[in-house]
Design a protein around this ligand. Structure first.
Ligand code: COA
Length: 437
C-alpha cells in the first residue's frame, strides 16, 4: 500500500456511516447529474425518515429519477433547491416541494456561495489513481465549489470514466468516502424524424469547416451531427459532451486543429449519454472536462473563432424573445448554458448562435412561434442577445434587424398553417410597420 492508499483506507466508510457525517441544516452541493452520489443520498434519506436529520438544503443541477429524497414528504427534511429543472423535478417544483435557483450555468459557482457557507460538497468520482487523484468523471461542472466547502465527501464509483482535464480531486482534500458499484445512469434518444433531419441540414449550412461547436441537448443535436459528417477540422468547446460528438471525432470530422485555445483537444464540462460514450471518455487525452465557470465564461468561449452555439427552445415570440425553460408559468427546464454560449458566440470572430426548433409542438397543434409569449413564460435569451432562429422552414437571421423585420422573418419560418394568423396578430399589436417596410 502506498501513502495515498493508506490515507484512502483511513477515510473509507460505508454509505450508511458516511450519511451520519451530515448534520441537520447543512447546505450541500453536488456536481452534475450522472455523478449524483445516489448511495450516500439513499442512506441520508433513510436517516431523515428516522427523524435523525432535517432541514438539509441540497443543490444539484439535475437529480436522477426515483431518488428517495425526491418524495414530496421528504422536502422539509432534505429540500432540493435545483440548479436546473428536469423530468424528475418538474412536478416537484410546480407543486412547491422543491425550488429552482435561476442562474446562468457559468455563474452558478459564484451564485451558490451568495446564499451562505457551503457545509458539504458531495459527489461521485472515478476510482483513485496511484498518485491519489480521483477524476470528477462525468461532471466537473460545480467542482470549483469543493474548495469552498467545509467538508468534502466522495462516492467512489467503479463504473465512472476517468475523464481528463481540470477535473481531479486529491485524497488529501477529502474528509470521508464510500464505494459504489451501481452503474452510472445512461441516456438514449429516440429515432430521428424527417423534420429533425431537415432542421439538421439547415443548421449544417451555417457551420463552415473549422468552426468550433457547442451543442445543447435533446434530439436536435443528434440530427445536426448527422448532417455534419462531410465537414472538416471542426472543434468542440461545449458545456455538454454528447454521443454525437464522439461520432464526429471517430469520423475524423472533429480534430480541434483550428482552435485558438486548447488546440487539439475537445473541451466540455459534463456528459450524459450511452455506456459506449463513457468508455470513449475514459482516460482519453483528447477530451478535457473543466469546471463550468471556465467552459461557460463568454470571454473564454469567444477566444475561439467561428464559434457555432446551437441550442433549442420551447417557444419564441414575434419580438424575438426566446423562452427555453418554461411552458407558460410552469418551469420545465432551466437557462443552463444557453445564454453563456449565445454571448460567447457574439464575442467570437465570425461567431454565430443558433436556436433550432421544430415549428410546432403537440403533434402540430401548437405553433412554437407565437405573436406574444404564452402568459407566464420566462424569457431565456432576450431579443438583445438572439442571433439566428432555425425551423424546418428555414432560418431567421435577426442580428441588426428591426422589430418589424424580425417579426416578418419569424413568420416566414413558422409552419405555413399558422402564418396568416400570426401576421394578423402581429398587425393587431403593431409589430409590423404600416408603411410596408
Ligand atoms: N408549448 C407547449 N409544449 C411544448 C412546446 C410549446 N411551445 N414546445 C415543446 N413543448 C413540449 C413538447 O411537446 C414535449 O412534451 P412531451 O415531453 O410531453 O412530449 C416537451 O415540451 C419537450 O419538447 P422537446 O422539443 O422534445 O424538448 P427537447 O428535449 O428538445 O428540449 C428544451 C428542449 C428547450 C427544453 C431544452 O433544449 C432546454 O432545456 N433548453 C434550455 C437549456 C439550454 O439550452 N442549455 C444549453 C445546452 S445544454
Amino acid at each position: 500500500m502506498n501513502k495515498w492508499q493508506e490515507l484512502y483506507a483511513k477515510k473509507l466508510l460505508t454509505a450508511g456511516q458516511l450519511s451520519r457525517k451530515f448534520n441537520s441544516n447543512d447546505r450541500c452541493v453536488s456536481n452534475g447529474q450522472v455523478v449524483e452520489p445516489v448511495e450516500i443520498l439513499k442512506s441520508l434519506a433513510e436517516r431523515a425518515n428516522m427523524g435523525q436529520v432535517e432541514g438539509i438544503e441540497y443543490h444539484i443541477l439535475a437529480p436522477q429519477k426515483h431518488q428517495p429524497y425526491l418524495d414530496p414528504g421528504m422536502s422539509k427534511k432534505i429540500h432540493l433547491n435545483a440548479l436546473f429543472v428536469s423530468r424528475p423535478t418538474i412536478d416537484l417544483v410546480w407543486d412547491g416541494y422543491a425550488d429552482y435557483l435561476p442562474s446562468f450555468y457559468g455563474e452558478i459557482p459564484k451564485n451558490v456561495p451568495e446564499r451562505g457557507d457551503i457545509d458539504v460538497f458531495v459527489t461521485s468520482v472515478s476510482t483513485m489513481d496511484r498518485h491519489g487523484y480521483f477524476s470528477f468523471g462525468a461532471a466537473a461542472d460545480l467542482s470549483a465549489l469543493h474548495r469552498e466547502a467545509k467538508r468534502v465527501f466522495l462516492e467512489v464509483n467503479s463504473t465512472m470514466p476517468r475523464v481528463h482535464g481540470n477535473c481531479f480531486i486529491h485524497i488529501s482534500e477529502v474528509d470521508f468516502l464510500c464505494e459504489s458499484k451501481t452503474p452510472i445512469s445512461e441516456k438514449y434518444y429516440g429515432e430521428l424524424t424527417e423534420i429533425d433531419c431537415r432542421i439538421g441540414e439547415i443548421v449544417a449550412r451555417e457551420i463552415p469547416d473549422g468552426a468550433c461547436l457547442q451543442l445543447g441537448f435533446g434530439q436536435m443535436p443528434n440530427a445536426i451531427v448527422r448532417a455534419l459528417m462531410d465537414k472538416k477540422d471542426l472543434g468542440i468547446h461545449s458545456e455538454m459532451f454528447t454521443d454525437g460528438m464522439m461520432d464526429l471525432i471517430e469520423a475524423g470530422v472533429v480534430n480541434n486543429s483550428r482552435k485558438s485555445i486548447h488546440v487539439g483537444k475537445s473541451i466540455a464540462s459534463f456528459t450524459n449519454g450511452s455506456r459506449n460514450l463513457y468508455d470513449f471518455l475514459d482516460d482519453n487525452p483528447g477530451i478535457e472536462f473543466h469546471p463550468i465557470n471556465y467552459t461557460n465564461d463568454p470571454m473564454i468561449i469567444g477566444r475561439n473563432d467561428n464559434v457555432r452555439s446551437i441550442n433549442s427552445c420551447i417557444e419564441v415570440d414575434l419580438f424575438s424573445q426566446v423562452c427555453s425553460e418554461s411552458i407558460g408559468p410552469k418551469t420545465f427546464s432551466g437557462v443552463g448554458g444557453q445564454v453563456d454560449f449565445v454571448r460567447g458566440a457574439k464575442l467570437s470572430k465570425g461567431g454565430k448562435s443558433i436556436i433550432a426548433m421544430k415549428s410546432t409542438a403537440k403533434n402540430g397543434e401548437i405553433s412554437k412561434i407565437k405573436a406574444v409569449l404564452t402568459k407566464g413564460a420566462v424569457v431565456t435569451t432576450s431579443r438583445n442577445d438572439v442571433d439566428n432562429i432555425i425551423t424546418e422552414y428555414g432560418i431567421a437571421s435577426l442580428r441588426g434587424k428591426t422589430c418589424s423585420e424580425r417579426a416578418k422573418e419569424l413568420i416566414s419560418i413558422a409552419h405555413p398553417k399558422f402564418r396568416e394568423q400570426l401576421e394578423k396578430e402581429a398587425r393587431g399589436i403593431n409589430i409590423i410597420s404600416k408603411n410596408g417596410r
